[in-house]
Design a protein around this ligand. Structure first.
Ligand code: DAK
Length: 260
């Protein structure tokens, strides 16, 4: 698959998307958003046996140092809101994706870059990763879900501190706060993400997809997450994979899940 601002690679059902704007520290411009939308709404269907996606940044310095400041500097209110809505739609596609998406954070993840990591299901931080929401330095607020997902991930008090001070935090602090799932040696972020995705790939695909849906339901202000889980549980119990999983347990062998 060919993209303007993303590099695409796949191996054993695991896709790696690399934001490829190294000279601009992988700042998220309209092409990055368009490419992410294309992959997460359409192109993923072309990947045989897709079991996980990794998003990372090109080079050694940045995951993504924000939305592209040069692109949004001259927007009026309507255009800015439209752009924000577009970003939200793309990030919801990622957050609601049916297979796990992991951000391999290889450097700066600031503003829109930090928001992108938070739309992913997990974050693996390299030792040089830096997270922050510096929007108030520019006279704006986060426009791609940062005021919401940061609170969900680290709690109101710490989220407000980061959002209001615009402080950048290091990988260890992100781990301590629960923003990063793991901190690894610099350069090992993608490898760690692959290790996690390969483990998940041995589980039943429908159960994985339903688990993601249920956890997202917890944060949905309209949906009752408990009701959602009750229904989703019924659906997983009605799959061939559940029969296979139970049989494999009794027969003391590894399950061979088919995603049915
Ligand atoms: N956008 C565009 N270019 C960027 C960029 C960004 N966010 N960040 C870095 N670059 C470019 C720099 O301009 C520079 O380009 P040249 O001058 O070489 O052409 C190149 O990347 C290298 O950057 P530096 O020379 O600054 O590198 P340093 O190592 O000295 O510093 C840094 C690294 C990450 C500390 C620094 O680059 C920095 O402070 N970058 C900006 C961080 C930041 O404030 N990011 C934006 C956060 S606000 C919206 C929705 C959402 C948002 C906005 C609007 N709407 C719906 C309208 C979200 C906004 C944000 O993300």
């Amino acid at each position: 698959m060919e993209y303007q601002s993303l590099l695409f690679a796949q191996e054993n059902g695991i896709v790696t998307l690399t934001i490829n704007r190294e000279k601009a520290l992988n700042a998220l411009n309209k092409y990055v958003f368009a490419d992410l939308r294309t992959f997460f709404s359409e192109d993923y269907k072309k990947v045989d046996g897709l079991r996980g996606v990794i998003i990372t940044g090109a080079g050694e310095k940045a995951f993504a140092a924000g939305a592209d400041i040069k692109e949004f500097a001259s927007l009026d209110k309507e255009k800015a809101s439209a752009l924000s809505r577009n970003g939200h739609e793309v990030f919801f596609l990622i957050e609601r994706f049916h297979v796990p998406v992991i951000a391999a954070v290889n450097g700066f993840a600031l503003g829109g870059g930090c928001e992108l990591t938070m739309a992913c299901h997990m974050r693996i931080a390299g030792a040089k990763a830096r997270f922050g929401q510096p929007e108030v330095n520019l006279g704006i607020i986060p426009g791609y879900g940062g005021t919401q997902r940061l609170v969900d991930l680290i709690g109101k008090g710490k989220a407000l501190e980061l959002l209001l001070t615009a402080d950048m935090i290091k990988a260890d602090e992100a781990y301590r706060l629960g923003l990063a799932n793991h901190v690894v040696e610099q350069g090992q972020e993608v490898a760690k993400a692959k290790e996690i995705l390969e483990k998940i790939a041995t589980k039943a695909p429908i159960a994985i997809a339903k688990t993601i849906e249920c956890v997202n339901a917890h944060f949905d202000k309209i949906v009752d997450g408990y009701e959602y889980e009750i229904n989703a549980f019924g659906e997983t119990a009605d799959t061939e994979d559940f029969k296979e999983g139970a049989a494999a347990f009794v027969e003391k062998r590894a399950a061979d899940f088919k995603g049915k």
